[in-house]
Structure formats: C-alpha cells, structure tokens
Design a protein around this ligand. Structure first.
Ligand SMILES: [Zn+2]
Length: 361
C-alpha cells in the first residue's frame, strides 16, 4: 500500500491523503484549507477510483467537486443531506456527483481496498473514521474525532476495544494544545448556557454552527431548564429535519420550547426550491416567532444564530439590560483573517466578558 499525504499535515483542515494498492487508488477526504495562507491542492487531474469523505465539514469535503468528473464519492447519507442543505441555502446548485452511501461498521470494498467506517464523536454529525485494509496492511484514519461530546461513548469504545495490528495511524490533533478545564464536556457547555440565560433581562444569542447538533441539544436543554424558548432560523430547522433520518430524539421545530425566526433571505430559498422542501414551509409557519414578539419579551428567548446575526444582535444591544452573546465556534474565525466569513469582523469587535477572554467552547 502506498500512502501519499497531498495536504493537511502541519495545518488545521484541508486534509487529503491518497492511498494506492495494486490497480486501485483512493483518496481520503478532499478538504479546503481553513487558513488563508494555505493553498488548496489541485485535485482536478488526480486519477483515483473513489473519494471517501469522513464528515460534512468543508475542510474535509470542500474540494470534492474539483476531482475529475465521474469520480465516485463515498459518504454517509445524512452527511450528504447536510451538505445538500448548505448548498441550497447558499443559493448554490446541489453537488451532482456519483455519490455512494456506506453504513457504520459495515465493511465495503473499492477495488483492492476493504474499508470499515467507524462512527465517531465530532462536532459534525455523521462523522467517521476509516479502517482501510489492502495487501495485508491495515491503516486507520481518524477523520476528526473527540471524546467529550454527547456521543463520547464511541471514543470510549475505541479505547476499550482498540483496533489491533495497525500498520499506519493517521490521527487528527487540532485541539491537542487546548486546556479544557472550563468546558471539559458538553454537559459543562449546557450548564454554562443555562447559567447565562436563567436570570437574563434581555435576549441571549448563541453563535454556533447549525450542523453542530450537540450544541443545539445543549442550547435546547438549557432553555428547557431555564424556562426559555430556543429560537432557531429556517436553515437550522431544516438541518434538524434531516436528523429525522436517523433519530426522533434530537430537538425539532415542532417541539414545545422551540420557535423559528423566519429570515426573509432564507424564506426566499424555500420559495425558490419547492420540490426540494416539500411541505416544510407550510409546517414551519406554525412554529414561527415574529420580530415583534422577540422585542416584546426578549428575556424569554435564546437565539441560536451565526456570526451573520450581528444585525439582529445590534437591534437589541442598546437596551438597558445587557444582551449576552455566547461565541461557540473556532476562535480562529475571529482573528481578522476571515473576512469571507460574513459577520466575523463585527462579532470580533464585541467586548469579551473578562473571565472568558481567550477561551472558547
Ligand atoms: Zn471536522
């Protein structure tokens, strides 16, 4: 088995590793780099029999459309739905690639390779590590994984019953340096959200990724404990709708403590794609909260938004009572080099709560 690291060492994200054995060649992830000074690798002339996508984060799938046309792409079914959702809400065409699903822990073959996907705990849902076997060699590729999320048991199981006789291990290590004292696990994050919102006199905002399902669950549980409503946007409501493919236990727009704030631009996407959304728009409007309602009793709400929510934050922030803004994403987005991430400069300009300076959940 020949291993070629095309991209992704000594940097966060942008991962791409080529494996060759006999007549078969496969690619592990096709990621866009996260940092501005790192150039994407050119995959357009790469002759591979398939791409394996570990999870639906841009720094692992973002270059998949640049592979030669017709290259098969293996990815979890839910992960693919979530990528579709993002494309539609961005106003882009959905990827028309030769997609193939795989199932957790069920081995499949691509030419000379046998691949076993291991479901892992990560901030993206439907995330996998891969055990890859060929020519009597065994390679384990972790994708992105962690142990402190709501599916941490998946990591514990890997430790308790380790995969034996590995010849090569590729292990993700983005957060190796981080001190996790403040937020050792997702329950601590939930507690912190609860502490922040329970006595609030104005609205609170939690800025995170709509595809970080653990974080949405934490926000929901904190709201339930504090007697508040969790407000989500249309995109987040649609992401939660996709989760119905695998579970009925994650919050959804029709749950009692959840309301949907219908942003005009997102509603336009629903109207522009009626076949894709089906009756979703009709159902969504039963759970809507209007801007006037947010302003009438702002202390009743936690708004789960993105950095682009700064307009809405600014609407509330001059009131007598403080507006809480909880930033719950990679701190690197606030370093002033991500102008393409709409709202990052505005959010970075807010004054940090002293005890949280330099920390992130
Ligand atoms: Zn990731």
């Amino acid at each position: 088995m020949k291993v070629t690291i095309l991209k992704g060492s000594h940097e966060i994200g942008g991962t791409s590793i080529q494996l060759s054995s006999g007549k078969t060649s496969i690619l592990l992830d096709a990621g866009l780099p996260l940092s501005a000074d790192s150039q994407p690798v050119d995959l357009s002339r790469l002759d591979v029999d398939a791409l394996l996508v570990s999870h639906p984060h841009q720094d692992h799938f973002g270059l998949m459309a640049s592979l030669p046309a017709g290259t098969p792409v293996y990815i979890g079914a839910l992960a693919r739905s979530l990528i579709d959702a993002t494309q539609v809400f961005l106003g882009n065409e959905r990827y028309a690639l030769d997609f193939h699903d795989f199932k957790a822990w069920q081995p499949f073959t691509i030419g000379d390779f046998t691949i076993t996907p291991y479901l892992v705990d990560h901030s993206a849902t439907d995330a996998y590590a891969f055990l890859i076997e060929a020519e009597g060699k065994r390679l384990f590729y972790s994708g992105d994984l962690r142990s402190h999320g709501r599916k941490g048991v998946l990591f514990e199981n890997l430790v308790k019953r380790p995969i034996r006789d590995i010849d090569v291990l590729f292990l993700e290590g983005t957060m190796m340096h981080r001190n996790n004292d403040l937020f050792p696990d997702e329950m601590a994050v939930e507690d912190s959200i609860f502490q922040t919102i329970q006595q609030q006199e104005d609205i609170s905002f939690l800025l995170s990724s709509s595809q970080n399902i653990d974080r949405i669950v934490s926000a929901y549980r904190a709201c339930k404990r504090a007697g508040k409503f969790l407000v989500i946007d249309i995109y987040t409501a649609w992401v939660l709708e996709q989760l119905r493919q695998i579970t009925q236990n994650t919050p959804a727009m029709d749950w009692d403590e959840i309301r949907v704030f219908a942003k005009y631009s997102q509603d336009e996407r629903l109207k522009a794609n009626p076949d894709y959304f089906g009756d979703f728009r009709k159902r969504l409007y039963r759970h809507r909260v209007k801007r006037e309602e947010l302003h009438a009793t702002p202390e009743s709400f936690l708004y789960f938004g993105k950095m682009s929510s700064f307009h809405l934050i600014d609407e509330f922030k001059d009131a007598a009572a403080p507006v809480n803004v909880m930033y719950s994403q990679w701190l690197g987005y606030l370093d002033g080099t991500h102008a393409d991430y709409f709202g990052s400069d505005q959010i970075a300009a807010y004054s940090p709560w002293p005890s949280f300076r330099g920390r992130s959940a």
